[in-house]
Design a protein around this ligand. Structure first.
Ligand code: FAD
Length: 280
């Protein structure tokens, strides 16, 4: 099957992109790497009149150090992060996550912004960036607004983006020197989407103890204060990992549901991510 006919524009500015979207009155789609949108067009799951390609907008392709955060343009690719072409604010978690996304061919074209805007529940960036406390920066007719990733992704393939807004960038707070993280995803083989995913950030100097659980039946579930799970310290050292039963109870309490298999692999994923945080 082939895509239905559409017009194509490649504006050079954010204002130009937003203007094209506004004039299309909801009958346009932004395209970045095309890795998710391409198949959807070909299957005619979406039939926009206009595609607005945002990859020619220079500020969307770069990353900027803003002191306490790194702002990553929406069109930065997974491979850019994997290869260290953007400053690393996160002590390695983002390059680790990028490396595990699909295959290199997909990572060469797929973008952080595209992944967030697509909001597939089993995608890696929504969960990782929610755990990092990142914010999405949106550009629209009324200027720029920011929204935490945990709220930007509002459901399965749903976000806070309005039809005339472009996801401009994601602002990732820098981790402090003592910060530790864990990331684990369960997928059957490389290139398959995850069936369970956990990202955990322990950053005591910034008083952050956050966990995000992905590949759920909705948006990532964020445990803003996961102190109970990770801060059981004895004289500063971590205690033994939480028992399977304790993690199962914790996850049930925050709404991780599904059948017994699904609940169990989420428990395994959480414990493996937690073990990474706890292992110096
Ligand atoms: P596109 O396909 O261009 O766009 C996707 C959606 O986002 C569209 O609705 C589009 O309108 C919108 N959009 C894109 N950019 C913007 C923007 N700046 N502002 C507003 N809206 C925008 N992902 C994972 O996380 N983990 C995996 O393991 C994984 N495996 C994959 C395996 C395969 C074989 C394939 C094909 C994809 C896989 N993906 C995976 C998805 C991949 O990461 C995609 O790159 C990503 O989901 C979409 O990025 P894109 O830049 O290609 O976006």
């Amino acid at each position: 099957m082939k895509a239905a006919p559409f017009d194509y524009e490649r504006p050079a500015t954010l204002a130009g992109a937003a203007d094209l979207l506004r004039r299309a009155d909801g009958d346009a789609k932004v395209v970045a790497g095309g890795q998710s949108l391409g198949p959807m067009l070909n299957l005619r799951l979406t039939t926009p009149r206009l595609l607005v390609d945002v990859t020619g907008i220079p500020e969307l392709r770069r990353a900027t150090d803003e002191g306490d955060a790194v702002v990553i343009g929406a069109c930065v690719t997974h491979a850019d992060i994997e290869d260290g072409r953007v400053p690393d604010a996160t002590r390695g978690i983002m390059s680790r996550v990028a490396r595990g996304i699909a295959y290199r061919a997909v990572r060469n074209r797929g973008t952080v912004g595209g992944s967030l805007a697509h909001a597939d529940p089993s995608a890696d960036w929504p969960t990782c960036l929610a755990a990092l406390g990142a914010e999405a920066r949106l550009f629209g007719p009324n200027g720029t607004r920011s929204i935490p990733i945990a709220q930007f992704v509002s459901g399965v393939f749903e976000t806070a983006l309005a039809a005339d807004e472009v996801l401009e960038a994601v602002r990732v707070p820098k981790l402090s020197a003592r910060a530790r993280w864990g990331f684990h995803k369960f997928c059957r083989k490389t290139g398959k989407f995850a069936e369970a995913m956990t990202a955990i950030l322990w950053d005591p100097d910034r008083n952050v103890r956050r966990a995000a659980i992905g590949a759920t039946d909705s948006r990532p579930i964020v445990i803003g204060d996961a102190r109970d799970a990770m801060d059981r310290s004895r004289g500063g050292a971590f205690e033994d990992p939480l028992s399977e039963h304790a993690v199962a109870t914790l996850l049930e309490g925050v709404g991780v549901g599904g059948d017994a298999y699904s609940r169990q692999i989420h428990v395994v994923s959480f414990r493996r991510a937690l073990a990474q945080v706890q292992t110096p």
